[in-house]
Design a binder for this molecule. Structure first.
Ligand SMILES: CSCCC(=O)C(=O)COP(=O)(O)O
Ligand SMILES: [Zn+2]
Length: 255
């Protein structure tokens, strides 16, 4: 694709164009402490095009011209290139190291957007709940409850659970549903999380997110709005769960 034609993929006066949205959303995620220190971010897929931010840059300072555009699906790999782009920035930038993980959300959930945060609430949840899954249920014998792993139960207002969708892209959970968020173990390189994230998504087909121990969380949705609001709901649940655990408000069943 010629350069001018390729650049047209990221130049738009529409504030809702993905190349304008990604910088704006990254600025608000930075304020929340989700993407400080360059890591984390958001990708947006609109049909056959994926918009992705650069790697290792201050995410709150991204501009539309820094955005990569990739075709979805990717053509079969060739000996000459392992990733195909419709548009790359002219500056010396590399696409986000999260790209293979974002791709899991497209391939396995048909997501339209995926968010990766380094939120301390998500990290603390993976430190305080040491098992392979973070499970939230709502109500037992008329009492609203939050259950984290199989070992702990706490009383909890369940409203935020209703902001999460089954599998991230299905129908909204009711407070009668159980929410399961698998936790995978971290690796030195972000790219190496791809297979364990995919395995967790297959094992937990209703999961709307995958937590990464000592690292953060990946959350996806049908579009950027749903990915964003689900990330907000889950972050709220992680935060209050951690606070309640630290305050000794959990009823431990089986530790
Ligand atoms: C300090 S970030 C380390 C790598 C990481 O966790 C990450 O999320 C990288 O994201 P990027 O988009 O900057 O490649
Ligand atoms: Zn990360």
């Amino acid at each position: 694709m010629a350069s001018a034609e390729a650049d047209a993929l990221v130049i738009s006066s529409d504030p809702l164009h993905p190349a304008n949205l990604i910088p704006e959303l990254c600025r608000s995620f930075y304020q929340l402490g989700w993407v400080t220190g360059t890591g984390g971010g958001i990708c947006i897929r609109t049909g056959d095009k994926v918009y992705i931010a650069p790697s290792g840059v201050q995410k709150e300072r991204i501009e539309p011209t820094h955005i990569f555009v990739l075709p979805y699906p990717q053509p079969p790999p060739s000996p000459h290139t392992d990733r195909v782009f419709l548009r790359r920035p002219t500056s010396n930038l590399k696409e986000s190291a999260c790209t293979p993980l974002f791709w899991n959300s497209f391939d396995l959930r048909n997501a339209g957007s995926c968010i990766h945060t380094h939120s301390q609430h998500a990290v603390m949840a993976t430190l305080l709940w040491t098992g392979p899954v973070f499970t939230i249920s709502h109500q037992v014998r008329g009492t609203r409850l939050l259950v984290m792993s199989t070992s702990a139960v706490l009383r909890f207002p369940s409203q935020m659970i209703k902001g999460v969708r089954i599998a991230g892209t299905g129908t909204a959970l009711s407070y009668l549903d159980t929410l399961e968020i698998p936790i995978i173990e971290n690796t030195p390189n972000e790219e190496d999380l791809k297979d364990s994230m995919a395995e967790a998504m297959v094992k937990y087909p209703n999961a709307a997110a995958v937590l990464v121990r000592r690292h953060g969380v990946y959350v996806w949705g049908n579009d950027w709005e749903k990915a964003k609001t689900q990330t907000e709901c889950l972050d709220y649940l992680f935060e209050i769960g951690v606070k309640m655990k630290l305050a000794g408000l959990l009823t431990v069943l089986n530790e």
